[in-house]
Design a protein around this ligand. Sequence first.
Ligand code: AMP
Ligand code: DBH
Length: 551
Amino acid sequence: MAIPTSSVHTMPMRDGTVDPVVSPLRLDGVVDYPAEFAAEYREKGYWIGQTHSALLAGAVSAHPDRPAVVDLRRTLTYAGLSERVQVIAGAFAAEGLGRGDRVIVHMPNTVEYVEVVFALFEIGALPVFALAAHRSAEIHQFCTAATARGYVTVDKFGLTSYGDLATEIDTDFPDVSTFVIPIGDESWAAGPPLPRVDRSLPSDVAFLQLSGGTTGTPKLIPRTHDDYLYSVRESARICHIDSSSVMLAVLPISHNFTMSSPGLLGMIAVGGCVVMSPDPSPDTCLRLIEEHAITHAALVPPVLIAWLNSSALADRDISSLESVWVGGAKLPEEAARRVAPELGCTLTQVFGMAEGLVNYTRTGDDDETVTTTQGRPISPDDEVRVVDDAGVPVADGVAGHLQTRGPYTIRATTGRGAQPEVVHGRRVLRDRRHRGPGPRGYLTVVGRSKDQINRGGEKIAPAMVENHLLAHHEIHDVSVVGIPDDALGERICAYVIRRDSESGTPTASQLRAFLRTERQVAAYTIPDRFEFVTEFPTTSVGKIDKKSQGE
Ligand code: AMP
Ligand code: DBH
């Protein structure tokens, strides 16, 4: 896909303002918000002309001494975070990175993660939010797809060493500056701090978020400062967080959910504190909740269920917990009903997507709504409709595909002229907008019609896994599907036709090893199950029938 390009490089600027001749970093590949919509979003106070750097600066002046980020090693106050951000920004600038440069951030949940991301915002560079779980295959793809100028990672974290990958990237992409941060050691960036000025415009693309996608190529989602921060501020308001709130970051911070719904950025918007969990296990997380008096956490359903079923629950005082936000994949109603009695906190369901639209259940909603729906949109100007296969809107309460546009959802043209429309690929929804008293707009996700596997909130494109398996010389053909799973919602199953059907090779464990060591893909994309077959079921037109495979 086309990536936003920087039209002018101007760095650093001296006078505290953005050079007026700098033109915005555009949303290439997806058309810009049409002028009349942008004007309306500004007029209504949705887009307030704030950059991510300015967001942090606001929190620093309002709450300099409050804790901002905590990990196993240290606590940074807002003032302390800001100081580090300016020093690291200086280090990046000294390497020639600047406005519009795409820099891949491949880091675990640590204080360093937050420092690096805000340092990139400070110089006007665009973080590309890789997940710590990504491996060589994915990082190579992102370098190419994003035409990256930088790659930032850590030396090692837990049992995983990242430094070797940086060496590989150095060799394979000579134009990419690589940074390997020794966790807990600040000396890697110790030069003079860059003065704090806005080096990007609020209308600029701020970063590239990754979305599961459906093809072999990763989808990079460009979001502007203005549109994203509107969703962040509203999320913070809807979720009632303030400067006394303490969020446990359980899922990867890079995930759009943990980043922004209301997430890390929501906490910064209100001067709250984020505690980094090194892993999502109940033992680690329930201990951290007790130790840090955690008030909020964003969870995918399998993590929530693991907490609910954990024996550690009886040993820990988690009475500080006010609310858990649960989303990323469909939450089973039975699990939803257990939250209040067993965790002693409220449940908020969150249905969001990296492209934009985010829905929440609200305080004051009745139990039925909170346990059976995925909420309603953030904004009164989120337009949502549910259509059938032919694109015709369905009656209320009938399942169909979701289409949406609004003040924080990227635009894509459908060739219908002046008012382009985002068609959010084919999610099957039951629209409950007009059920109950008055127009309510609540959505219920009933399934999926696009070719994507949702493995407990982790999105996998079958085509990507198929491509890697097809590289194996003993494989004739392969078809990857999601199969239903009680714990994860879906698991990955690969149907494999061997080149030599009599040989008994490759075996499932050989294929797993092949994907891990030779293809170097992220572990969560490796099939949970391999089925060896001699042919695939086909539909009447001769296409592989993935629906019947998954059953
Ligand atoms: P991504 O495109 O990677 O940002 O993932 C967004 C997709 O995750 C949505 O389009 C849904 O398919 C799925 N999703 C997110 N939240 C929920 C939820 N609460 N319930 C069901 N599916 C969800
Ligand atoms: O799954 C998601 O992508 C998601 C879930 C909840 C998301 O992007 C979000 C909230 O913002």
